[in-house]
Design a binder for this molecule. Structure first.
Ligand code: CA
Length: 351
């Protein structure tokens, strides 16, 4: 242990954790019912079949902590030196559900619950909205309510909705609402859809170890390559887990994207106003949730710019206070470190 972890800015910055999860009992009951009835997507069966029912110490801790947006969470934050947390309804949100009315009810109730919790602890908790992408028009209205009535700071979409992606025309109301309301769009992983998952479960690789990043980076690449950020130049896309690996690959993504456009190999790939690295430096924001890994954070700062990389813990899935110490000790410029832990989150979420 190199130093004590305290809240209050004793190291020159506050620590704001930006991808922190909660659940509602209503949400978990609905997802577990689908799993039990054999109606859930394979990725949901793998993810919530495990987290929802495993008796292990880790999953029991996670279930208890997801449902608490009060004393237990605040104590965990205090013990890890986390000043503030930006909270979102845990993956897959409502996106494993098939009944639009149920999905909307659960999203709306979760938003009301989160607003109440944020009002109870206004200097500790901040909200991101839950929506029900299965009904894009309703989701756009809920985003307006989230911004104007609930005082939320962004929206979390848990990647695909039954194998459908936000670049598809049906979801345009959601993108438009984010752009109009100036709400950042955080795309968080869930299990890959049945159309992609293949033998990932058999291989033990569908979840956070690997499959999450494959599927979520695919989602982001679909948005980046179809002109979403030409249509909505102010839209800000947030990606966790080291930007799901994209910054490491950026040269190749750019090179092959341009080659694909030049050759007219794919009807879907049309010329854009900018190359992909421009959008990565103007429309994408990364967090290091679950990835307290110095080389990755330094690379993201170099590739995306020091204003676009934020700290996240991924509580309660990865509650390891020592990781906060490693990030405190990260060898980057002190100005960059304050941006990483505090001021980038304040800026992009408007805290
Ligand atoms: Ca997470």
């Amino acid at each position: 242990m190199t130093h004590e972890l305290k809240t209050g800015g004793d190291r020159g910055y506050l620590r704001i954790a930006t991808e922190e999860a909660f659940a509602t009992q209503e949400q978990l009951d609905a997802i577990l019912r689908l799993v039990k009835e054999g109606r859930a997507d394979k990725g949901t069966v793998s993810l919530w079949g495990f987290y929802g029912t495993s008796p292990s110490e880790r999953t029991t801790f996670i279930r208890e902590r997801l449902l608490d947006v009060g004393a237990l969470r605040l104590q965990a934050m205090d013990e890890a030196g986390i000043d503030k947390a930006v909270l979102a309804l845990t993956s897959p949100g409502t996106q494993s559900l098939f009944d639009p009315e149920e999905a909307k009810r659960i999203a709306r109730n979760a938003n009301d619950f989160l607003k109440d919790r944020c009002e109870a602890h206004p200097d500790r908790f901040y909200g991101m909205a839950a929506i029900a992408p299965i009904d894009p028009e309703w989701s756009a209205q809920e985003l307006r309510r989230a911004k104007e009535e609930l005082g939320f700071h962004g929206v979390q979409v848990n990647s695909h909705t039954h194998g459908h992606y936000l670049d598809e025309e049906q979801f345009d109301p959601i993108l438009r609402a984010c752009a109009d309301l100036d709400l950042p769009l955080y795309i968080h992983p869930q299990g890959p859809p049945d159309s992609m998952i293949g033998d990932m479960v058999g291989a033990g690789l569908d979840g956070a170890i690997f499959g999450f990043a494959v599927e979520t980076s695919y989602h982001a690449m679909r948005l980046l390559t179809t002109g979403v950020f030409d249509r909505y130049p102010n839209l800000q896309l947030m990606l966790g887990h080291g930007c799901e690996g994209l910054p490491y690959m950026l040269y190749r993504l750019d090179y092959m994207h341009k080659a694909g456009i030049r050759s007219q190999r794919y009807p879907r790939l049309k010329p854009l106003q900018h190359d992909l690295s421009h959008y990565m430096r103007n429309n994408v924001i990364a967090t290091n949730s679950g990835l307290p890994f110095g080389p990755a954070i330094k690379l993201m700062i170099e590739v995306m710019g020091e204003d676009r990389v934020m700290y996240a813990m991924d509580y309660p899935y990865q509650y390891v206070p020592d990781e906060v110490r490693w990030m405190d000790d990260l060898e980057i410029d002190p100005v960059q470190k304050k941006k990483f832990f505090q001021t980038n989150a304040e800026r992009w979420f408007k805290l």
